[in-house]
Design a binder for this molecule. Sequence first.
Ligand code: NAD
Length: 360
Amino acid sequence: MLHVGVTGYGTIGKRVADAVAVQPDMTVAGVAKTTPNFEAERAHELGYPVHAVLGERLPDFEDAGIPVAGDLDDLVAASDVVVDCTPAGVGAQNRAVYEAHDTPALYQGGEDADDVDASFNARANYEAIAESDAEHVRVVSCNTTGLSRVLAPLDEAYGVEKARATLVRRGGDPGQTDRGPINDILPDPVTVPSHHGPDVNTVLPDVAIDTMGVTVPATLMHLHTVNVTFETETDAEAVKETLGNEARVFVVPEYARVEGPAHLKEYAQDAGRPRGDVWENCVWEASVSVEGRDCYFFQAIHQESDVVPENVDAIRALCTDVDAAESVARTNAAIGLDFGDSESERTPAGGDGARISADD
Ligand code: NAD
């Protein structure tokens, strides 16, 4: 049983903790919080030992009725591996704490790729990370995860000569009230290409990709327009089948009449998903078009949750001998990632790691 500590218990951290808690081979060693807010209260109710990052805040936790199990050092000491889900840049500072305990750690997409040993996406480079000596590994951002999950299988099936994607990025997460109200459509970044393409190359170094980013006043999900020029000719049915066979891609059927991210969130809530999370890439079946070697489609990416199963797999890649296929299957089954699930064969992993920087 792997004891997993979670540092930073916000949007990503609380989801990672809950996903770890339901894995048959993992348990939550504890979570580290800076302040005793509603999320700390819920962590305590769920039975996760709550650690106070800053010793001087300990009385605040006690005043709020939240027992404190220790500080950050105590949490790292109690953990076989730590998943750092702190805001961008804090993970790089925390690395020294994990190193002092000789404890491997995972970081999130907000960290700079140069501050870690390697970057990770289960579909792109699980085996490469598992076979490497990397102990401080960054799970790539939500957008990069979404792109890697479709480009890896398309490259294997048809060869990617060139991929181009425009990322229509949500302005903030639903809880990020400090980012609004907003009413604009921003080229973000205004420079081309955006950092997302190079970030894909941290896990898929051989895929040629350029990306552009646009930020819009929405909170639900990101929307990608993807255009891939293949090395070989194919047709739309074959591409739908290729993507449909992926363990973390949901080809949204036309009959479902899912018009956009709001419907996808409804879909997840109706299915009883925790927090209405959509862990899969959602590719609109009706959008998949192929003309010669040119392929086009739309996909929606739930920024708050798509990296969560990737963190669980990254823990196994770092700390166990479990292979990619088994880890992905185990993670998906435990959390209930099954939209568009079929008996068709699922294909995981392959590829090398590299490095660069990226936020969402
Ligand atoms: P968040 O602000 O929701 O949560 C971060 C938590 O860490 C907060 O509770 C904060 O109080 C806490 N914290 C701050 N300093 C800390 C410290 N020194 N020690 C412990 N905890 C501390 O942020 P988030 O959205 O969960 O993002 C976390 C990381 O995940 C970032 O690298 C981000 O880029 C990445 N990420 C975010 C998203 C997203 O859409 N939210 C998607 C993919 C990746």
